[in-house]
Design a binder for this molecule. Structure first.
Ligand code: ADP
Ligand code: MG
Length: 707
């Protein structure tokens, strides 16, 4: 850090965005004709010509070299959910033995990583194993700075030669386009002539844990799987409300300070930070932007959290459930639809007309969420999130919407109004005229809803903390676009548009009201109630993911041009495979830690107990309770050893099912996972009843309170 984070000497404003080839930099560095061409390309979907690219590439290269870069990379988001990059240098040797620093327009636009080992689910035949990367011109290039080593980084999509998406970014961009087109159709039908571009806006809130690096280093499970496969909650862990929004410790504050600077320098607006519910759990929110920019930035945020934590001798855990029995981590995905002329379409308006439009969009989202609930659910499914959704102590995996009492009752009145009075005009007039402004605290009190309306946006809270937000937003955009296209069909063919708007609002709400739930989403009663309403409850990844191939969903997603059927099939397989791999690693680590660390330490402990009891007996002392204790330790040790054996057998069987992705994932979920739970039960009990000092790895207490 140049200024050591002291903003008394360096102006934050001059540092903000200095590592981003953003609008300001482009204005400074590009000839104005090229600058305006770039703006058209970014805002109006115009094609980037090679000529323009040449000029931009050259300016970018000069800018990057001034920042010390010798290399550039196309940076993309393969289906692993992480990011990938391949670095090329600017260096170009001349015949007389010197070098030139070059970066061509072609190199800027297109890269060819040798990326054949990324999962593609069979989309790339081996003879064309290389996909190519293409610059996402709407996302500014930036400088990655890893301890002073800087690299020009070009956010890209990753595509096969036949044009199939091999990454998370491409479908997201397609879905944004689909939503843009559908929304514009609706707006035009409503008489809007001013909007030319519609954007999906997203503001993600990132939760994470920090643990001390020395503890982290001693836990193979944390290092290799991101979560603790053993460990039991310490007494203090249960009452952790004092941490929520509590004072941030100095060590953590120093970390956050540096993290913020790294992000600000990249033009990423890290805005809020606070302690979360669990001890050593934190949250970082960035200010919303278009969905693709927020996706890129969230990937950078996740990486930066890890890097900066490392520098502060801590490890950041982005896993959805690093600790059993302790609050998990999510990524609240705040989502809305905005226009280039400055309207947020989910913002209640100031007049009846605007309010009618608001209710039209609001109820369209409600319809989309109900109609495509399984898709939304599966977009948040992975092995980590299975612990957060639908599992034992976790909230249910049912998709429902929190609207708040006020809005719900306005919509109820509208629907009932038409039921009682077929003209309905009067009710509608009243309903719309009195539509109040919804202050955030009125709408956001319920924190248990997976999909909440929070005043002027929806907050999709199922998304997992380690996930890319590209997938959930691609699904959400598509679902809403599909519904808005139906809305547009009706509006375009109606004689009386305003009358039809009213009808659509009422139909949307009446037919999909079942998805609204304003009560406690974590309660047992809700699970029963949801079932009686016919709402799907897909409790785990293995149940949820195959829904992707349902005909109506494939038709919807391919009809919009977001995913081809082949892309969907490959994604389902890759994600299920990812699930199986994750469980396979976790189970393997468990068996290993239990056999090589827990069992030996318990055997020594038992030996010392037995020796002590024998000695005490020789002295004629009473040892009844101690014998009972020995018996119990020994019984759990036996249980542990036999559970290891069963787990290893179960693992072998699951591994053998390699040829059938679906069957294999089911074997992991329904056979291996229960065996892991059984093993854990013995191990966690042993931890509670044996010598704390001799336990072979750091406990939950160390991890959760050791900063
Ligand atoms: P919370 O109490 O949930 O933290 P905030 O109002 O602070 O609520 O907002 C949380 C996130 O929502 C922030 O990232 C913010 O930028 C984002 N957000 C606000 N308005 C919008 C919008 N119109 N579209 C998308 N995200 C938004
Ligand atoms: Mg929130």
């Amino acid at each position: 850090m140049g200024n050591n984070g002291d903003f008394r000497s360096t102006k934050l404003a001059s540092m903000y965005g200095e590592y981003s080839f953003n609008d300001r930099t482009m204005r400074e560095r590009l000839p104005s004709s090229i600058y305006y061409k770039m703006k058209d390309i970014q805002e109006k979907d115009q094609v980037l010509s090679l000529e323009t690219a040449e000029v931009v590439a050259n300016a970018m290269k000069d800018w990057a070299i001034e920042k010390g870069a010798t290399h550039y990379t196309h940076w993309f988001q393969p289906l692993t959910g992480l990011t990938a990059e391949k670095h090329d240098s600017f260096i170009s040797p001349t015949p007389d033995g010197r070098i030139l620093m070059e970066f061509s327009g072609k190199e800027l636009i297109k890269g060819e990583p040798d990326a054949s080992s990324f999962p593609s689910g069979g989309l790339r035949a081996t003879f064309e194993a290389r996909g190519y990367t293409a610059w996402d011109t709407s996302s500014p290039a930036f400088i990655q700075d890893l301890n002073g080593i800087t690299t020009l980084t070009i956010p890209s999509a990753f595509i096969s030669y036949r044009g199939e998406a091999l990454d998370k970014k491409t479908p997201l961009l397609r879905s944004m386009h689909a939503l843009h087109k559908a929304t514009l159709r609706v707006l035009r039908s409503l008489g809007n002539t001013t909007t030319s571009r519609v954007y999906t806006t997203v503001g993600p809130e990132q939760e994470y844990f920090l643990v001390d690096k020395k503890h982290f280093a001693q836990r193979p499970d944390l290092r290799l799987t991101g979560r603790t496969v053993f460990g039991s909650v310490c007494a203090k862990g249960q009452e952790m409300d004092d941490h929520y929004f509590g004072t941030i410790k100095e060590r953590v504050l120093k970390f956050m300070h540096e993290l913020n600077q790294e992000l600000w320098r990249l033009g990423i607006s890290a805005k809020t930070q606070h302690n979360e519910v669990a001890p050593n759990q934190f949250e970082l929110a960035t200010i919303f932007d278009t969905a693709n920019l927020s996706t890129d930035r969230n990937q950078i945020v996740m990486k930066m959290i890890k890097n900066v934590a490392e520098r502060h001798d801590m490890a950041a855990l982005l896993h959805e459930k690093p600790f059993a029995g302790v609050n998990g981590s999510g990524k609240h995905n705040n989502w809305s639809i905005c226009t280039d002329d400055g309207y947020n379409l989910l913002q209640p308006g100031d007049n009846p007309y605007e309010n009618a439009q608001f209710l039209l969009f609001l109820t369209s989202v409600i319809k989309a969420v109900d109609k495509y609930a399984p898709l939304l659910r599966l977009s948040a499914a992975n092995a980590g999130n299975d612990h957060r959704l639908g599992a034992n102590e976790a909230p249910p995996a049912i998709i429902s919407i929190f609207l708040g009492d006020q809005l719900s009752s306005i919509l109820d009145t509208l629907v009932e109004g038409t039921e009682h009075n077929h003209t309905g005009h009067e009710m509608m007039e009243i309903g719309i005229n009195v539509l109040p402004n919804f202050p955030k605290d009125m709408t956001d009190r319920n924190r248990t809803s997976p999909f909440a309306f929070t005043g002027n946006k929806f907050e999709f809270r199922m998304v997992g903390s380690s996930q890319s937000i590209a997938g959930p937003n691609a699904i959400l955009n598509s679902a809403v676009a599909a519904v808005l296209n139906e809305t547009a069909d009706r509006l375009e063919s109606s004689e009386d548009c305003l009358e039809e708007v009213r009808n659509i609002i009422i139909d949307n709400y009446r037919d999909h009201r079942r998805v609204i739930f304003n009560g406690n989403g974590y309660s047992e009663e809700w699970v029963k109630e949801a079932e009686s309403r016919g709402l799907p409850n897909l409790t785990c990844t293995v149940e949820a993911l195959p829904e992707l191939m349902k005909n109506s969903y494939v038709e919807m997603l391919s009809g919009l041009g977001v995913f081809s059927p082949a892309e969907l099939q490959s994604r389902m397989e890759i994600y299920l495979e990812g699930y199986s791999k994750q469980i396979n690693i976790e189970a393997g680590i468990m068996a290993e830690m239990a056999r090589r660390q827990i069992a030996p330490s318990i055997i020594s402990y038992l030996n010392s107990l037995i020796t002590s009891v024998k000695n005490q007996n020789e002295m004629g002392l009473k040892t009844e309770e101690q014998l009972a204790h020995i018996t119990s330790v020994s019984a759990h040790l036996e249980g542990l050893l036999s559970s290891i054996k069963k787990l290893e057998e179960g693992l072998k069987k699951a591994q053998a099912l390699e040829s059938d992705v679906v069957k294999q994932s089911q074997a992991y979920r329904y056979r291996v996972v229960p065996l892991m739970d059984a093993l854990r039960l013995h191990a966690d009990t042993l931890e509670r009843i044996s010598d704390k000092a001799a336990w072979p790895f750091p406990s939950y207490e160390d991890l959760l309170f050791g900063l």
